[in-house]
Design a binder for this molecule. Structure first.
Ligand SMILES: Nc1ncnc2c1ncn2[C@@H]1O[C@H](COP(=O)(O)OP(=O)(O)OP(=O)(O)O)[C@@H](O)[C@H]1O
Length: 234
């Protein structure tokens, strides 16, 4: 198992957000994490990455106990995170942003090179000498994903990667997510678009008020309009 959470209870101050959440993902698996606003998706991710320490429950990364972090050690175990909003260096060029992030994966793999990232994001290859801060929102999102890929992760976690972007860019991001999945990197995709999520993932989880109400094949979500209406519908 790449990443596993057992019985997580996470709080912000006195608000109890996660109520005994179990989570797991294995190598190469593509998992959709869904639920309406405020149901705890980001809190779950942030707890598993060590940014938050749960009051009860545990986090295992590659079978090692990593509850509460440290986050940099979890990242070094091959877990890359693309947070909501963006994480780039605005004063560095696109090329510098990418090169700075480069490293071999946990098993020494270097499949995601600068050249491969360029081939995946042709748009970025036209902006190499631009500062990160000069890019459009969509391009910044691509650069954030590109930086994550440069670390040759075994698991990539994408939190609302398409949020607020133009339709054309959104389509391109979904294409890239598919490509990443097909390259064998495990992915956790958090997104409001359940049709798109279930189309690119094998398995889906649905959170309601900090509890897992569904964990099963994405196909089952796709074919169950009632489930969608009840837990995901607007
Ligand atoms: N830093 C914080 N301090 C206090 N409460 C918070 C904090 N961050 C989130 N919350 C609350 O925790 C709950 C879960 O939020 P979370 O961001 O995990 O939900 P989410 O499912 O990711 O939704 P969204 O799609 O809105 O990001 C919400 O009620 C939110 O208001």
């Amino acid at each position: 198992m790449l990443l596993e959470a057992i019985g997580l209870h996470t709080y912000y101050g006195s608000s109890h957000i996660l109520h005994g959440v179990n989570f797991n993902i294995r190598k190469g698996e593509a998992l959709g994490l869904m639920g309406r606003n405020g149901m705890g998706k980001t809190t779950l991710i942030r707890t598993m990455l060590g940014f938050l320490t749960p009051k009860a429950g545990g986090v295992l990364v590659r079978g090692q106990r990593m509850t509460g972090g440290p986050t940099h050690k979890i990242a070094r175990l091959g877990i890359a995170y693309v947070p909501e909003g963006r994480g780039i260096f605005p004063n560095l060029t696109v090329k510098e942003n990418l090169i700075m992030a480069a490293r071999a994966g946990v098993e020494g793999q270097r499949e995601w090179t600068f050249e491969r990232v360029m081939a995946t994001f042709p748009r970025l290859s036209e902006r190499l000498t631009n500062g990160g801060g000069q890019l459009s929102g969509g391009e910044q999102q691509m650069l954030t994903i590109g930086r994550a890929l440069m670390t040759n992760p075994d698991l990539l976690i994408l939190d609302e990667a398409t949020e607020g972007l133009a339709p054309l860019i959104v389509r391109e991001i979904w294409r890239v997510i598919r490509e990443i999945r097909d390259s064998g990197i495990a992915t956790v995709v958090v997104d409001k678009n359940h049709a798109a999520v279930t189309a690119v993932t094998d398995r889906s989880m649905i959170l309601v008020k900090g509890q897992v109400v569904f964990d099963g094949p994405s196909e089952e979500v796709r074919n169950n309009p009632e489930l969608i209406q009840k837990h995901l519908g607007v």
